[in-house]
Ligand binder design. Sequence first.
Ligand code: AOF
Ligand code: ZN
Length: 365
Amino acid sequence: MKEADMLYMKKALELAMLGWGWTSPNPLVGAVVVKGGEIVGSGYHKICGGPHAEVNAINDAGEKARGACIYVNLEPCCHYGKTPPCTDLIIKSGIKRVVVGMKDPNPRVAGNGIKKLVDAGIEVEAGVLEAQSIALNEIFIKHIREKSPFVILKTAVTMDGKTACENGDSKWITCEQSRQYVHRLRGRVSCIVTGVGTVRADDPLMNVRHEKGMKDPVRVVLDSSCSIPLHSNVLVDSPESTIVAVTDSADSEKIKAVENTGAEVMVLPKGDKGVDIKSLVSALSDRGFDSILVEAGVNVNASFLNEGLVDKVYMFMAPKILTGRDSMGSFGGDSPHKMADAARIYDMKAESIGDDILITGYTKE
Ligand code: AOF
Ligand code: ZN
Protein backbone atom coordinates (compact mmCIF):
# COMPACT_ATOMS: atom_id res chain seq x y z
CA MET A 1 0.00 0.00 0.00
CA LYS A 2 1.39 3.40 -0.98
CA GLU A 3 2.35 5.64 1.90
CA ALA A 4 0.77 8.69 0.27
CA ASP A 5 -2.53 6.82 -0.12
CA MET A 6 -2.57 6.02 3.58
CA LEU A 7 -1.73 9.61 4.47
CA TYR A 8 -4.61 11.06 2.45
CA MET A 9 -7.00 8.39 3.69
CA LYS A 10 -6.03 9.34 7.24
CA LYS A 11 -6.96 12.91 6.36
CA ALA A 12 -10.32 11.70 4.99
CA LEU A 13 -10.95 9.82 8.26
CA GLU A 14 -10.11 12.91 10.29
CA LEU A 15 -12.55 14.98 8.24
CA ALA A 16 -15.21 12.29 8.66
CA MET A 17 -14.91 12.66 12.43
CA LEU A 18 -16.10 16.28 12.16
CA GLY A 19 -19.59 14.95 11.47
CA TRP A 20 -19.59 13.08 14.80
CA GLY A 21 -23.05 13.27 16.35
CA TRP A 22 -24.90 14.70 13.34
CA THR A 23 -24.92 12.10 10.57
CA SER A 24 -26.92 9.37 12.32
CA PRO A 25 -28.27 7.01 11.01
CA ASN A 26 -25.99 7.76 8.09
CA PRO A 27 -22.25 7.11 8.16
CA LEU A 28 -19.32 9.36 9.04
CA VAL A 29 -17.61 10.12 5.75
CA GLY A 30 -14.75 12.41 4.75
CA ALA A 31 -13.10 12.99 1.36
CA VAL A 32 -10.04 14.74 -0.03
CA VAL A 33 -9.26 15.54 -3.66
CA VAL A 34 -5.55 15.38 -4.47
CA LYS A 35 -3.75 16.57 -7.60
CA GLY A 36 0.00 16.79 -8.18
CA GLY A 37 0.73 15.84 -4.58
CA GLU A 38 -1.46 18.64 -3.23
CA ILE A 39 -4.87 18.68 -1.57
CA VAL A 40 -7.08 20.74 -3.88
CA GLY A 41 -10.42 20.03 -2.21
CA SER A 42 -11.83 18.52 0.95
CA GLY A 43 -15.18 17.93 2.59
CA TYR A 44 -17.19 15.73 4.89
CA HIS A 45 -20.74 14.61 5.45
CA LYS A 46 -22.06 17.23 7.85
CA ILE A 47 -25.60 16.15 8.55
CA CYS A 48 -27.96 13.30 7.68
CA GLY A 49 -29.83 14.23 4.51
CA GLY A 50 -27.19 16.77 3.49
CA PRO A 51 -24.64 16.42 0.66
CA HIS A 52 -22.28 13.46 0.88
CA ALA A 53 -18.59 13.94 1.63
CA GLU A 54 -17.59 13.38 -2.01
CA VAL A 55 -19.95 16.14 -3.19
CA ASN A 56 -18.55 18.65 -0.71
CA ALA A 57 -14.94 17.74 -1.58
CA ILE A 58 -15.50 17.86 -5.35
CA ASN A 59 -17.35 21.18 -5.13
CA ASP A 60 -14.49 22.51 -3.02
CA ALA A 61 -11.97 21.42 -5.68
CA GLY A 62 -14.01 22.90 -8.56
CA GLU A 63 -12.28 22.57 -11.95
CA LYS A 64 -9.15 21.21 -10.24
CA ALA A 65 -10.97 17.89 -9.77
CA ARG A 66 -10.32 17.05 -13.45
CA GLY A 67 -7.56 14.42 -13.57
CA ALA A 68 -7.32 14.29 -9.76
CA CYS A 69 -7.60 11.47 -7.25
CA ILE A 70 -10.30 11.36 -4.55
CA TYR A 71 -9.83 9.62 -1.19
CA VAL A 72 -12.98 8.62 0.67
CA ASN A 73 -13.34 6.30 3.66
CA LEU A 74 -16.58 4.72 2.33
CA GLU A 75 -17.34 3.42 -1.14
CA PRO A 76 -19.13 6.15 -3.14
CA CYS A 77 -22.86 5.60 -3.42
CA CYS A 78 -24.52 4.78 -6.75
CA HIS A 79 -28.18 5.10 -5.73
CA TYR A 80 -30.75 7.82 -5.29
CA GLY A 81 -31.39 8.21 -1.56
CA LYS A 82 -32.00 11.58 -0.01
CA THR A 83 -29.29 12.78 -2.41
CA PRO A 84 -28.24 11.72 -5.95
CA PRO A 85 -25.46 9.15 -6.62
CA CYS A 86 -21.91 10.33 -5.87
CA THR A 87 -20.56 8.02 -8.59
CA ASP A 88 -22.29 10.20 -11.24
CA LEU A 89 -20.65 13.35 -9.91
CA ILE A 90 -17.23 11.66 -9.68
CA ILE A 91 -17.49 10.51 -13.31
CA LYS A 92 -18.71 13.93 -14.49
CA SER A 93 -15.96 15.78 -12.62
CA GLY A 94 -13.20 14.01 -14.56
CA ILE A 95 -11.61 12.41 -11.49
CA LYS A 96 -9.36 9.59 -12.71
CA ARG A 97 -8.59 7.64 -9.55
CA VAL A 98 -10.72 6.77 -6.52
CA VAL A 99 -9.21 5.40 -3.30
CA VAL A 100 -11.76 3.84 -0.94
CA GLY A 101 -11.43 2.90 2.74
CA MET A 102 -14.15 0.26 2.88
CA LYS A 103 -16.95 -1.21 0.78
CA ASP A 104 -20.38 0.23 1.63
CA PRO A 105 -22.45 -2.38 3.57
CA ASN A 106 -25.63 -0.63 2.42
CA PRO A 107 -27.30 -3.28 0.19
CA ARG A 108 -28.22 -0.52 -2.24
CA VAL A 109 -24.51 0.11 -2.84
CA ALA A 110 -22.50 -3.00 -1.74
CA GLY A 111 -19.79 -2.99 -4.40
CA ASN A 112 -21.96 -1.49 -7.14
CA GLY A 113 -20.49 1.96 -6.55
CA ILE A 114 -17.00 0.63 -7.23
CA LYS A 115 -18.25 -1.33 -10.25
CA LYS A 116 -19.87 1.76 -11.76
CA LEU A 117 -16.62 3.71 -11.42
CA VAL A 118 -14.52 0.90 -12.92
CA ASP A 119 -17.00 0.53 -15.79
CA ALA A 120 -16.53 4.25 -16.48
CA GLY A 121 -12.77 3.68 -16.85
CA ILE A 122 -11.78 5.09 -13.45
CA GLU A 123 -8.97 3.41 -11.50
CA VAL A 124 -10.29 2.27 -8.10
CA GLU A 125 -8.28 1.06 -5.14
CA ALA A 126 -10.31 -0.25 -2.21
CA GLY A 127 -9.33 -1.27 1.32
CA VAL A 128 -6.87 1.51 2.22
CA LEU A 129 -6.95 1.89 6.05
CA GLU A 130 -9.87 -0.52 5.97
CA ALA A 131 -9.71 -1.48 9.67
CA GLN A 132 -9.84 2.18 10.73
CA SER A 133 -12.68 2.85 8.27
CA ILE A 134 -14.68 -0.09 9.68
CA ALA A 135 -14.05 0.97 13.29
CA LEU A 136 -15.18 4.53 12.58
CA ASN A 137 -18.54 3.38 11.23
CA GLU A 138 -19.26 0.34 13.41
CA ILE A 139 -22.63 1.77 14.41
CA PHE A 140 -23.67 2.41 10.80
CA ILE A 141 -22.42 -1.03 9.70
CA LYS A 142 -24.45 -2.98 12.27
CA HIS A 143 -27.55 -0.86 11.85
CA ILE A 144 -27.68 -1.08 8.05
CA ARG A 145 -26.87 -4.83 7.99
CA GLU A 146 -29.02 -6.08 10.85
CA LYS A 147 -31.61 -3.26 11.06
CA SER A 148 -30.95 -3.22 14.76
CA PRO A 149 -29.18 -0.68 16.99
CA PHE A 150 -25.53 -1.01 18.01
CA VAL A 151 -25.53 -1.34 21.80
CA ILE A 152 -22.71 0.14 23.87
CA LEU A 153 -22.46 -0.58 27.58
CA LYS A 154 -20.39 1.88 29.59
CA THR A 155 -19.16 1.44 33.13
CA ALA A 156 -16.61 3.09 35.39
CA VAL A 157 -14.73 1.02 37.93
CA THR A 158 -11.91 1.16 40.42
CA MET A 159 -8.94 -1.20 39.96
CA ASP A 160 -10.74 -3.77 42.11
CA GLY A 161 -13.77 -3.59 39.82
CA LYS A 162 -15.97 -1.52 42.13
CA THR A 163 -18.51 1.04 41.02
CA ALA A 164 -19.92 2.27 44.30
CA CYS A 165 -19.51 2.09 48.06
CA GLU A 166 -21.87 -0.07 50.05
CA ASN A 167 -24.05 3.02 50.74
CA GLY A 168 -24.25 3.79 47.02
CA ASP A 169 -21.77 6.68 46.94
CA SER A 170 -20.04 6.77 43.57
CA LYS A 171 -19.19 10.40 42.82
CA TRP A 172 -16.72 10.38 41.21
CA ILE A 173 -14.86 7.27 40.18
CA THR A 174 -13.16 8.62 37.07
CA CYS A 175 -11.37 11.85 36.16
CA GLU A 176 -12.80 14.90 34.40
CA GLN A 177 -11.36 13.87 30.99
CA SER A 178 -13.08 10.47 31.15
CA ARG A 179 -16.38 12.10 31.98
CA GLN A 180 -15.93 14.45 29.04
CA TYR A 181 -15.19 11.42 26.83
CA VAL A 182 -18.50 9.91 27.92
CA HIS A 183 -20.31 13.09 26.95
CA ARG A 184 -18.81 12.81 23.47
CA LEU A 185 -20.03 9.23 23.30
CA ARG A 186 -23.50 10.39 24.36
CA GLY A 187 -23.42 12.89 21.49
CA ARG A 188 -22.96 10.05 19.00
CA VAL A 189 -25.79 7.77 20.11
CA SER A 190 -29.53 7.94 19.47
CA CYS A 191 -30.49 7.16 23.06
CA ILE A 192 -29.20 6.41 26.54
CA VAL A 193 -30.81 3.70 28.62
CA THR A 194 -30.76 3.70 32.39
CA GLY A 195 -32.83 2.31 35.25
CA VAL A 196 -35.13 4.12 37.66
CA GLY A 197 -32.74 3.13 40.48
CA THR A 198 -30.00 5.25 38.91
CA VAL A 199 -32.48 8.11 38.40
CA ARG A 200 -33.41 7.96 42.09
CA ALA A 201 -29.84 7.64 43.34
CA ASP A 202 -28.01 10.12 41.08
CA ASP A 203 -30.79 12.18 39.48
CA PRO A 204 -28.70 12.42 36.28
CA LEU A 205 -29.41 14.78 33.39
CA MET A 206 -27.88 12.36 30.89
CA ASN A 207 -27.20 15.06 28.34
CA VAL A 208 -24.12 16.26 26.48
CA ARG A 209 -23.29 19.31 28.57
CA HIS A 210 -19.50 18.87 28.52
CA GLU A 211 -19.28 19.02 24.71
CA LYS A 212 -20.45 22.01 22.71
CA GLY A 213 -22.42 21.73 19.48
CA MET A 214 -23.70 18.19 19.95
CA LYS A 215 -27.26 17.08 20.10
CA ASP A 216 -28.61 15.34 23.18
CA PRO A 217 -29.72 11.72 22.85
CA VAL A 218 -33.18 10.56 23.87
CA ARG A 219 -33.16 9.35 27.50
CA VAL A 220 -34.85 6.06 28.23
CA VAL A 221 -35.63 5.10 31.83
CA LEU A 222 -36.52 1.50 32.65
CA ASP A 223 -39.20 1.74 35.31
CA SER A 224 -41.59 -1.23 35.27
CA SER A 225 -44.02 0.18 37.85
CA CYS A 226 -43.75 3.82 36.68
CA SER A 227 -42.45 4.96 40.05
CA ILE A 228 -40.11 7.69 38.77
CA PRO A 229 -40.22 10.82 40.96
CA LEU A 230 -41.90 13.61 38.96
CA HIS A 231 -39.23 16.11 40.03
CA SER A 232 -36.43 14.01 38.49
CA ASN A 233 -34.11 15.98 36.22
CA VAL A 234 -35.03 13.83 33.21
CA LEU A 235 -38.68 14.87 33.62
CA VAL A 236 -37.96 18.54 34.37
CA ASP A 237 -35.17 19.27 31.87
CA SER A 238 -36.31 18.63 28.24
CA PRO A 239 -38.94 16.02 29.18
CA GLU A 240 -39.91 15.78 25.50
CA SER A 241 -36.71 13.82 24.94
CA THR A 242 -37.39 11.33 27.74
CA ILE A 243 -39.08 7.94 27.41
CA VAL A 244 -40.17 6.04 30.51
CA ALA A 245 -40.43 2.33 29.73
CA VAL A 246 -43.00 0.58 31.95
CA THR A 247 -44.91 -2.71 31.98
CA ASP A 248 -48.67 -3.15 31.96
CA SER A 249 -48.62 -3.56 35.74
CA ALA A 250 -47.90 0.18 36.07
CA ASP A 251 -50.66 2.28 37.58
CA SER A 252 -52.55 4.31 34.95
CA GLU A 253 -52.65 7.42 37.16
CA LYS A 254 -48.88 7.31 37.50
CA ILE A 255 -48.54 6.91 33.75
CA LYS A 256 -50.76 9.93 33.19
CA ALA A 257 -48.73 12.02 35.66
CA VAL A 258 -45.50 11.20 33.82
CA GLU A 259 -47.11 11.95 30.45
CA ASN A 260 -48.26 15.31 31.82
CA THR A 261 -44.62 16.34 32.30
CA GLY A 262 -44.20 16.06 28.52
CA ALA A 263 -42.31 12.76 28.60
CA GLU A 264 -43.44 9.68 26.72
CA VAL A 265 -44.47 6.47 28.45
CA MET A 266 -43.81 3.25 26.54
CA VAL A 267 -45.65 0.14 27.78
CA LEU A 268 -43.61 -3.01 27.14
CA PRO A 269 -43.93 -6.72 27.98
CA LYS A 270 -42.67 -8.00 31.34
CA GLY A 271 -39.41 -9.91 31.51
CA ASP A 272 -37.92 -11.91 34.41
CA LYS A 273 -36.86 -8.73 36.14
CA GLY A 274 -39.06 -5.81 35.12
CA VAL A 275 -39.31 -4.56 31.56
CA ASP A 276 -38.30 -7.14 28.95
CA ILE A 277 -35.01 -5.81 27.58
CA LYS A 278 -35.26 -7.54 24.19
CA SER A 279 -38.66 -5.89 23.62
CA LEU A 280 -37.17 -2.56 24.62
CA VAL A 281 -34.33 -2.88 22.09
CA SER A 282 -36.76 -3.88 19.38
CA ALA A 283 -39.10 -0.94 20.22
CA LEU A 284 -36.15 1.46 20.04
CA SER A 285 -35.07 -0.16 16.79
CA ASP A 286 -38.57 0.40 15.34
CA ARG A 287 -38.05 4.12 15.95
CA GLY A 288 -35.04 4.02 13.66
CA PHE A 289 -32.52 4.43 16.49
CA ASP A 290 -29.12 3.27 15.25
CA SER A 291 -27.44 3.11 18.65
CA ILE A 292 -28.08 2.67 22.36
CA LEU A 293 -25.76 3.62 25.20
CA VAL A 294 -26.44 1.71 28.41
CA GLU A 295 -25.38 3.79 31.42
CA ALA A 296 -27.09 2.00 34.22
CA GLY A 297 -26.86 0.13 37.50
CA VAL A 298 -26.03 -3.49 38.27
CA ASN A 299 -29.35 -5.04 37.27
CA VAL A 300 -29.91 -3.32 33.94
CA ASN A 301 -26.23 -3.87 33.02
CA ALA A 302 -26.51 -7.60 33.82
CA SER A 303 -29.75 -7.97 31.87
CA PHE A 304 -28.30 -6.38 28.74
CA LEU A 305 -25.11 -8.44 28.93
CA ASN A 306 -26.71 -11.77 29.84
CA GLU A 307 -29.34 -11.47 27.11
CA GLY A 308 -26.57 -11.04 24.54
CA LEU A 309 -27.73 -7.56 23.59
CA VAL A 310 -24.44 -5.71 24.08
CA ASP A 311 -22.13 -5.13 21.11
CA LYS A 312 -19.35 -3.09 22.69
CA VAL A 313 -18.16 -2.40 26.21
CA TYR A 314 -16.45 0.79 27.38
CA MET A 315 -14.95 0.32 30.82
CA PHE A 316 -13.18 3.26 32.42
CA MET A 317 -10.78 2.15 35.12
CA ALA A 318 -9.68 4.69 37.71
CA PRO A 319 -6.37 4.49 39.60
CA LYS A 320 -8.14 3.62 42.86
CA ILE A 321 -8.70 0.50 44.93
CA LEU A 322 -11.90 0.83 46.93
CA THR A 323 -11.80 -2.49 48.86
CA GLY A 324 -14.71 -3.60 51.06
CA ARG A 325 -16.67 -6.84 50.76
CA ASP A 326 -19.92 -4.91 50.43
CA SER A 327 -18.69 -2.43 47.83
CA MET A 328 -20.60 -2.85 44.60
CA GLY A 329 -19.45 -3.95 41.15
CA SER A 330 -21.00 -3.00 37.79
CA PHE A 331 -22.98 -6.17 37.15
CA GLY A 332 -25.59 -7.91 39.28
CA GLY A 333 -27.76 -10.84 38.22
CA ASP A 334 -27.47 -14.50 39.17
CA SER A 335 -24.00 -15.63 40.21
CA PRO A 336 -22.36 -18.04 37.74
CA HIS A 337 -20.75 -21.17 39.21
CA LYS A 338 -18.04 -21.57 36.59
CA MET A 339 -15.44 -19.13 35.27
CA ALA A 340 -16.14 -20.69 31.88
CA ASP A 341 -19.55 -18.96 32.00
CA ALA A 342 -18.00 -15.48 32.03
CA ALA A 343 -18.95 -13.25 29.11
CA ARG A 344 -15.98 -13.25 26.76
CA ILE A 345 -14.71 -9.90 25.45
CA TYR A 346 -12.88 -9.77 22.12
CA ASP A 347 -10.45 -7.34 20.55
CA MET A 348 -9.82 -5.72 23.92
CA LYS A 349 -7.93 -2.42 23.71
CA ALA A 350 -6.69 0.02 26.33
CA GLU A 351 -5.85 3.69 26.13
CA SER A 352 -5.05 6.36 28.68
CA ILE A 353 -7.63 9.06 29.29
CA GLY A 354 -6.22 11.51 31.81
CA ASP A 355 -5.38 9.47 34.94
CA ASP A 356 -7.71 6.64 33.92
CA ILE A 357 -7.49 3.75 31.49
CA LEU A 358 -10.28 3.19 29.01
CA ILE A 359 -10.74 -0.46 28.10
CA THR A 360 -12.94 -1.24 25.10
CA GLY A 361 -13.93 -4.56 23.63
CA TYR A 362 -16.65 -6.44 21.75
CA THR A 363 -18.87 -9.26 22.94
CA LYS A 364 -18.68 -11.00 19.56
CA GLU A 365 -15.62 -12.12 17.67
C1 AOF B 1 -23.92 9.65 3.68
N1 AOF B 1 -22.86 10.48 3.57
O1 AOF B 1 -20.91 11.06 2.71
C2 AOF B 1 -21.86 9.04 2.04
C3 AOF B 1 -22.95 8.14 2.15
O2 AOF B 1 -30.05 9.04 1.66
P1 AOF B 1 -28.71 9.48 1.19
O3 AOF B 1 -28.72 9.97 -0.23
O4 AOF B 1 -28.04 10.48 2.10
O5 AOF B 1 -27.76 8.17 1.14
C4 AOF B 1 -27.32 7.56 2.29
C5 AOF B 1 -26.42 6.39 1.93
O6 AOF B 1 -25.37 6.81 1.08
C6 AOF B 1 -25.71 5.78 3.13
O7 AOF B 1 -26.49 4.77 3.71
C7 AOF B 1 -24.44 5.18 2.51
O8 AOF B 1 -24.74 3.90 1.99
C8 AOF B 1 -24.17 6.09 1.30
N2 AOF B 1 -22.99 6.97 1.47
N3 AOF B 1 -23.96 8.50 2.99
O9 AOF B 1 -24.86 9.95 4.41
C9 AOF B 1 -21.83 10.24 2.77
N4 AOF B 1 -20.82 8.77 1.21
ZN1 ZN C 1 -22.92 9.46 -1.94
